[in-house]
Design a protein around this ligand. Structure first.
Ligand SMILES: [Zn+2]
Length: 303
């Protein structure tokens, strides 16, 4: 039997489970693929939706590949007031009304630079901040509130929470600011590039792409990554087993090929990356992430 991991097959599996589930369910109201799960069991009265008001870089048109263009209940094309990223945003179905849910917790006044946002007149300050982490935090806050955890406790937890696993991790490598992030599908890579593009400073990018079993042998998903209009990127280095595939993808997007370098060896790529002290962004896919992180730390420890 072939098990497909495509978005729709995953939704259907979760939906099947939820048909007989009546416990608390916290759902992203701004993602049609998630919000639809609120209808899996009409008897469940414990469904709580969260949402995030449009942030500074929200757009009227979709900028990246999306996975939810049509209403799952009546197949009408969904209408969007705005997109936050990918297909996440304020949507509604003009035919059956899907998308009009009561919101339990809504984040607003999102300030990516200040790393702050508000919910219920309370300001939250975080260590890491991008539009998708705001969604994750809002989901966590909705959950914490359901279980009566005080805002003061949540504020304290969020203000000190940081990741050390290569997921939007900030590193200093040889005194050069480096932001490392995992991207294992087009949406993940597009949000990483969104973070890069929202930063106006000069930067260089390292992309590491493997095609091991856990990554999937098929790397055609890289053609759904939006490499158009990279903001102030001075050089791109590619590495990993499929360094040349990702380099071709970037070249086809229109990036100056003379500014692209390919090295299959991650150590070699990192050596070349730090030949300048320009700010670095590093994006690595699933099996590439930890070897890349280890190589960065090892390089940093070299005298
Ligand atoms: Zn509909």
């Amino acid at each position: 039997m072939i098990v497909l991991g495509e978005v729709e097959s995953l939704i259907l599996k979760i939906d099947k489970f939820l048909q007989t589930y009546s416990g608390n369910l916290i759902l992203n109201a701004d993602d049609p693929n998630v919000a639809r799960l609120g209808k899996s069991n009409p008897e469940n009265n414990n469904i709580y939706y969260f949402s995030v008001e449009p942030y500074k870089f929200a757009t009227k048109d979709i900028k990246e590949a999306g996975e939810g263009k049509f209403c799952p209940f009546c197949q009408t094309r969904l209408l969007y007031d705005y997109y936050q990223y990918s297909h996440i945003g304020k949507f509604s179905c003009p035919s059956c009304g899907f998308g009009n849910n009561d919101i339990y917790k809504k984040a607003y006044n999102v300030n990516i630079n200040q790393k702050t946002f508000m919910i219920d007149d309370i300001e939250f300050k975080t260590q890491i901040c991008s539009i998708y982490t705001i969604y994750n935090f809002t989901a966590s806050i909705a959950c914490a509130c359901l279980y009566k955890i005080k805002y003061e406790t949540i504020q304290k937890a969020l203000s000190t929470f940081s990741l050390h696993n290569g997921r939007l991790e900030t590193l200093k490598i040889k005194d050069t600011s480096t932001i490392l992030n995992l991207a294992k599908n087009p949406t993940g890579c597009n949000v990483s590039l969104r973070i890069l593009n929202e930063d106006t400073s000069e930067k260089e990018l390292l992309l590491v792409l493997n095609d091991n079993i856990a990554d999937g042998f098929d790397v055609s998903w890289i053609w759904d990554i939006n490499f158009d209009n990279l903001n102030n990127v001075k050089r791109i280095i590619t590495s990993g087993k499929r360094a040349y595939d990702i380099a071709i993808r970037i070249k086809v997007a229109g990036f100056d090929e003379s500014l692209i370098e390919c090295y299959n060896s991650i150590e070699e790529a990192i050596n070349h990356l730090y030949s300048t002290n320009t700010k670095k962004y590093v994006i690595a896919n699933y099996t590439a992430l930890q070897p890349c992180r280890n190589a960065l730390l090892k390089y940093n420890s070299l005298k």
